[in-house]
Design a protein around this ligand. Structure first.
Ligand code: NCD
Length: 295
């Protein structure tokens, strides 16, 4: 594996291998163990052309924990403003000295273009509505650690699925490891003909789930928040109460409390949201080690 621009080329063994590696990193971090500085002398460059809190900061810390230097590109204060093209920008950052590029961009396919232009390993940190593979991996790590694996789990991803790159990668990862997945949302936001189970009635599926995964409405990509949406699809107190005793709620963040998830549900004992954030660093360490750790 040279790049991670999509989760789709990864099979079950690849995913389970990365989940196991991430879990080992998570335990080493929790125990404050010494971590092998396998990226000493290497430089990881973070190219985020769209806003980010947890993804950018966790790639930064993950790189540092493995001993790499980190270059952080800030588009708003860069020569992009002077009209420099994306390709020239990327080639410049590579020439300064990048051994690995982490790319987030509003346009689908940019991470693949960057990989082709530079020949340097590229990790996709989110491209338009297409993919967000490391989010899928950290979610897989969180689920696997919480339930002790994926066997027999039932999950629903709820909301603005067609505009969500998180859903794009996560649906593939979950079905690959054998999770029984249903996509739940309004007709206009659920994809057709993917071979995946689809429901437009959250209340019909809610009682039979182990994991409920609401998504933020992607207003920047065409999603629109309506009262009807909130009424039909918010994980509110009543729906949370209808979940099984051991059912968990996950969310990739950022949460819009009061829209896809009610305020009190976001902070309830069922919520694994902060655990997901915590697993973001070891999950990204596992990917960095797989792509840039050796040679
Ligand atoms: C997501 C993203 O940027 O796609 N955020 C994240 O990385 N956790 C989800 C979102 O913005 O809704």
């Amino acid at each position: 594996m040279k790049d991670l621009t999509s989760i789709k080329p990864l099979g079950r063994n690849d995913l389970e291998g990365l989940v196991a590696a991430a879990s080992r990193y998570r335990e080493a971090i929790d125990d404050k163990q010494h971590l092998d500085q396998i990226m000493t002398g290497k430089t990881v460059s973070l190219l985020f052309f769209e806003p980010s809190t947890r993804t950018r900061l966790s790639f930064d810390l993950a790189s540092q924990r493995l001993g790499a230097h980190v270059l952080t590109f800030d588009p708003a204060r860069s020569s992009t403003i002077k009209g420099e093209s994306l390709r020239d920008t990327v080639l410049t950052i590579t020439a300064i000295g990048s051994d690995l590029l982490v790319v987030r961009h509003a346009d689908e396919g940019v991470p693949d273009s960057v990989a082709a232009w530079t020949g340097v390993p590229v990790i996709n940190a989110g491209d338009g509505a297409n993919e967000h593979p490391t989010q899928a991996l950290l979610d897989a790590v969180t689920i696997s650690r919480h339930f002790g694996g994926f066997e027999g789990l039932r999950m629903a991803i709820v909301g603005d699925i067609v505009h969500s790159r998180v859903a794009g990668s996560l649906a593939h990862a979950m079905t690959t490891v054998g999770v029984d997945l249903t996509l739940v949302g309004p007709e206009e936001w659920t994809p057709e003909n993917t071979g995946l189970k689809v429901s437009h009635e959250l209340d019909e599926v809610v009682a039979d789930l182990d994991v409920v995964y609401p998504l933020r409405v992607q207003t920047e990509r065409g999603g629109e928040i309506t009262d009807d949406y909130i009424r039909r699809f918010q994980i509110d107190r009543a729906r949370s109460a209808a979940l099984g005793e051991d059912t968990v709620i996950m969310h990739p963040g950022p949460m819009n409390r009061g829209v896809e998830i009610a305020e009190e549900v976001a902070d309830s004992p069922r919520s694994l949201v902060m655990e997901q954030v915590r697993n973001g660093v070891p999950a990204r360490m596992a990917v960095l080690a797989a792509l840039g750790g050796g040679g």
